[in-house]
Design a protein around this ligand. Structure first.
Ligand SMILES: NC(=O)C1=CN([C@@H]2O[C@H](COP(=O)(O)OP(=O)(O)OC[C@H]3O[C@@H](n4cnc5c(N)ncnc54)[C@H](OP(=O)(O)O)[C@@H]3O)[C@@H](O)[C@H]2O)C=CC1
Ligand SMILES: O=C(O)CCCC(=O)O
Length: 486
């Protein structure tokens, strides 16, 4: 049923895109892709062999040789055309995304616009890959610094943002003059393949942007075994990211990692509570809680705890759970049944250790991939949900007394991607922002994602930054010319 929604049927591609050609696996191997909302099989994708991934690297190298010689303006113009086509086909890409990922259609539309914004941002940045001159060490000597594309790059992307996690990487890579091979998550390949179709239509040369599908561990190994691949950019779990980082060591490949988070969301007694609840809803329930920057632990100062919890429960009561295509739905199926079971496990572990159920139905094992938003209080650091991101619609609230205590709890995690806090005291705002160990801090703000801002984490949450002008660093090498004096 779902595919009939597409007005441009050509955007539904069931083949890999390599060197400007649509390709099946030579042995005909395929993998099925389903809709997590109802289990409907949407289609298949090729399960390519290691040799075919090797061929994609050869094609990407050929693409790189053409792309690197284009002027920055030529690259920018093609990227802008790609951006325009994404926006023109927003509705179809959003439908594909909701079909394979489940997220509410309105969120999918928002993600298409967000995804295109990275292509536009980096198209604009392409012309600003500036170098530098530095005074030489001897009279008459000049030091000149130039920046160059690293070469062929590879990206391994997750299912939770099937478009934006690709464009945030590919926009930067292509703007810098690199080619890229993307391996999307097996659960969400069709959005990626639609982006490839539009890159093709935009006139991006063959081999510059490629999408391969197949067994992820094998593809990752082919990427990291190849000395031709110079940067590997990964978004996903910390366990897979650290494995890939180790694999990158042999060929000394650059590695960029956007990994798991465990975001604290702190509400101080001087916060504007209405605003804090609005931020909490955005941060916790975007993508039904399946975001690496989702608030995972709410920390609320004792004197405002009860009022915050009651306002949060009221706001959560307005969420609507259902199929992402249904009008008004704000919370959809999670990516699969295991994801729903993880929320249930975190909930039950918390209750067994003293947490209190406040609002929402208890997570059930027999509800497929669906979990209703649920609110608990009296959460303590020994609970499983405080150690591991829940990645689902469980809002867990802890009470604290002092700023020092809040900071200690907030930083007591191996992760450091996002952190949020609400306060109206300017002295506290600077103090807390300085002390929180995270790469992204929302200060009286729950929506922190933006193409112009550097996205990335500290500690076990990753390495490098995506978006902003910093995002180009992963895809450029610095070359220094020592211009000798006569
Ligand atoms: N930082 C973030 O944004 C994300 C964090 N997560 C966290 O990770 C948890 C698990 O999610 P999950 O989807 O399993 O995340 P994974 O890390 O397993 O998947 C992310 C990407 O890595 C690929 N992959 C998996 N194993 C390997 C491997 N050995 N070598 C190379 N690539 C590999 C996957 O491919 P394939 O799917 O085809 O196997 C996918 O494209 C979530 O609950 C969440 O906590 C998940 C997604 C995004
Ligand atoms: O993978 C994630 O969850 C991070 C992307 C979300 C964002 O860009 O806001």
């Amino acid at each position: 049923m779902s595919l009939s929604r597409l007005s441009a049927k050509r955007l539904f591609r069931q083949q890999s895109y390599i060197g400007g050609q649509w390709r099946d696996a030579a042995d005909g191997a395929t993998v099925k892709v389903d809709n997590p909302a109802n289990g409907e099989i949407l289609g298949t994708i090729p399960s390519l062999s290691a040799a075919e991934i090797g061929e994609a690297i050869v094609q990407a190298d050929a693409g790189f040789q053409i792309w690197r010689k284009k002027t920055a303006l030529e690259r920018a113009d093609l990227l802008l055309r790609w951006n325009d086509l994404m926006l023109e086909h927003k509705e179809d890409i959003a439908s594909l995304m909701t079909m394979e990922q489940g997220k509410p259609l309105e969120e999918s539309r928002g993600e298409v616009v967000y995804a295109a914004s990275f292509i536009r941002w980096f198209a604009e940045e392409a012309r600003r890959v500036y170098g530098e001159t530095i005074p030489g060490a001897k009279p008459g000597q000049h030091i000149v610094v130039t920046r160059h594309p690293v070469g062929v790059t590879a990206a391994i992307t997750p299912w939770n943002f099937p478009a934006a996690m690709i464009t945030r990487k590919a926009g930067a890579a292509l703007a810098a003059g690199c080619s890229m091979i993307v391996k999307p998550a097996e659960a969400t390949p069709y959005t990626a393949l639609a982006l490839a179709e539009l890159a093709h239509e935009a006139g991006i040369p063959a081999g510059v942007f490629n999408v391969v599908t197949g067994k992820s561990s094998m593809i990752g190994k082919v990427f990291t075994d190849s000395p031709v691949v110079r940067t590997l950019s990964f978004t996903g779990s910390t366990s897979v990211g650290s494995k890939l980082m180790a694999q990158c060591a042999d060929n000394v490949q650059k590695v960029s990692l956007e990994l798991g988070g465990n975001a604290p969301f702190i509400v101080f007694d001087d916060a504007d509570l209405k605003r804090a609840v609005e931020g909490a809803m955005v941060s916790k329930f975007r993508n039904t809680g399946q975001t690496c920057i989702c608030a995972n632990r709410f920390l609320v100062q004792a004197s405002v705890h009860d009022e915050f919890v009651s306002l949060l429960a009221e706001a959560m009561g307005k969420l609507k759970v259902g199929d992402g295509f249904e009008e008004g739905v704000t919370q959809s199926a999670l990516i699969n049944h295991d994801a729903a079971l993880k929320v249930k496990r975190h909930y039950e572990d918390a209750l067994s250790k003293g947490a209190t159920h406040v609002a929402g139905p208890r997570p059930e094992a027999d509800n497929g991939s669906y979990v209703h938003p649920v609110l608990i209080t009296d959460v303590t650091p020994d609970m499983e949900l405080c150690e591991d991101e829940t990645f689902g619609p469980l809002a867990a609230v802890m009470k604290f007394d002092t700023e020092e205590e809040a900071l200690k709890i907030a930083n007591d995690t191996p992760y450091g991607l996002a952190a949020y806090f609400y306060s109206t005291n300017i002295h506290r705002i600077w103090r807390v922002a300085d002390e929180l160990e995270a790469g992204i801090i929302g200060v009286n703000e729950g929506a922190v994602s933006n193409a112009a801002a550097p996205f990335g984490g500290v500690k076990a949450s990753g390495l490098g930054r995506e978006g902003s002008h910093y995002g180009l660093d992963e895809y450029t090498e610095v070359k220094y010319l020592c211009m000798g004096a006569e």
